[in-house]
Write a protein of this length. Structure first.
Length: 161
């Protein structure tokens, strides 16, 4: 099936963090593609990727980067698709640099920023975005949410025994 979500990251070193987005999408059987696209090292590739993403059939882009994390914002400027930014934590500054680089976008160019290292939530948010126009997928998400609730209730019951 043609990919509906693009997962991109500034470096292959981001993959250990970003893989959780792919796992979440796979759990919901959402077709996706993965690639390294750097805002600083492969500028032309970034422009090509983002500006052709909608016409290629993608419905959302998850973009992760660390440090001077300009990829999500630049991609959001180049596409009308929803962009979800994942701040990747690096060795220094605990990911605060990545978070602040991604979250403080100027008005008019939104990036839906998840928590530092929050790639799983990025995947789940992409599922919710697709679910808004796909009742089956939305029902799967509702079931998933119910399973989270059940899990907490079970843990609560175990604790109380
Ligand atoms: C960023 O620089 C990447 O997203 C990565 O988080 C960071 C370091 O990249 P490498 O030097 O490991 O390739 O652009």
């Amino acid at each position: 099936m043609a990919p509906l979500v693009g997962i991109i990251m500034g470096s292959d070193s981001d993959w250990p963090t970003m893989e959780a987005a792919a796992v979440a999408l796979a759990e919901f059987e959402v077709p996706f593609e993965v690639g390294v696209v750097s805002a600083h090292r492969t500028v032309g590739k970034m422009v090509d990727y983002a500006s052709s993403a909608a016409e290629r059939g993608l419905k959302a882009i998850i973009a992760g980067a660390g440090g001077a994390a300009h990829l999500p914002g630049m991609v959001a400027a180049l596409t009308p698709l929803p962009v979800i930014g994942v701040p990747v934590p690096l060795k220094h500054l605990d990911g605060m640099d990545s978070l602040l680089s991604i979250v403080q976008m100027p008005a008019g160019v939104p990036v839906a920023t998840v928590s530092i290292g929050g790639a799983r939530n990025a995947g789940l948010l992409a599922v919710r975005i697709l679910g808004a126009s796909n009742p089956l997928l939305q029902a799967k998400m509702a079931n998933f949410q119910a399973s989270l609730e059940k899990l907490v209730e079970e843990k609560d019951a175990a604790l109380r025994q």
